[in-house]
Design a protein. Structure first.
Length: 167
């Protein structure tokens, strides 16, 4: 499933077995609704808002989507991404889809996944090692979010800044 940026995010081939195991460890069952949410996120190729998930999912109720996303997040299946607008977005956990970063539109809040080059990842690793050494932190992972204005907002003349404000 190619993203708009030529990158491919593919869920693990044994995705549903991994999800079932993680949920069992958390004392939860892999219900039909949870399976549907995982399916929608796995097919999406980019983080989605609740509204986008509900439009793509058959027979998903908003109240159960929120509740099940919280369970999936706690089990390490889903991660929530907060962006520049008021809507959280959800995607499968990075270890299920592969390491990637995000392009976030500061005008409309749209998010796209993008893989970093090997050179970028090496540079980040060196910088992270320096930060860890200087700060005393044990860095577990990193996330890079690039903020800018997406092509659609650029064409429409919208600028970044406060989403929903005058543009």
């Amino acid at each position: 499933m190619p993203s708009r940026h030529g990158q491919t995010a593919r869920p693990a081939p044994d995705l549903h077995a991994i999800v079932a195991t993680r949920l069992r460890r958390d004392g939860q069952r892999y219900t039909d609704n949870r399976r549907a949410l995982v399916g929608v996120l796995g097919d999406a190729g980019q983080p989605l808002t609740i509204a986008e998930i509900l439009r793509r999912g058959d027979d998903l109720a908003q109240s159960s989507a929120y509740r099940n996303l919280a369970v999936l997040e706690r089990a390490g299946v889903v991660q929530r991404l907060l962006t520049t607008d008021e809507w959280a977005r959800y995607e499968l956990a990075e270890d299920l889809t592969g390491h990637h970063h995000h392009l976030i539109c500061s005008a409309c809040g749209a998010v796209a996944d993008v893989a970093g080059s090997a050179e970028l990842e090496r540079s980040l690793a060196r910088a992270i090692e320096r930060v860890a050494g200087d700060s005393g932190y044990r860095i577990e992972r990193h996330r890079l979010d690039l903020l800018g204005v997406c092509p659609a907002c650029s064409r429409a003349g919208r600028s970044g800044g406060v989403v929903g404000g005058p543009g």
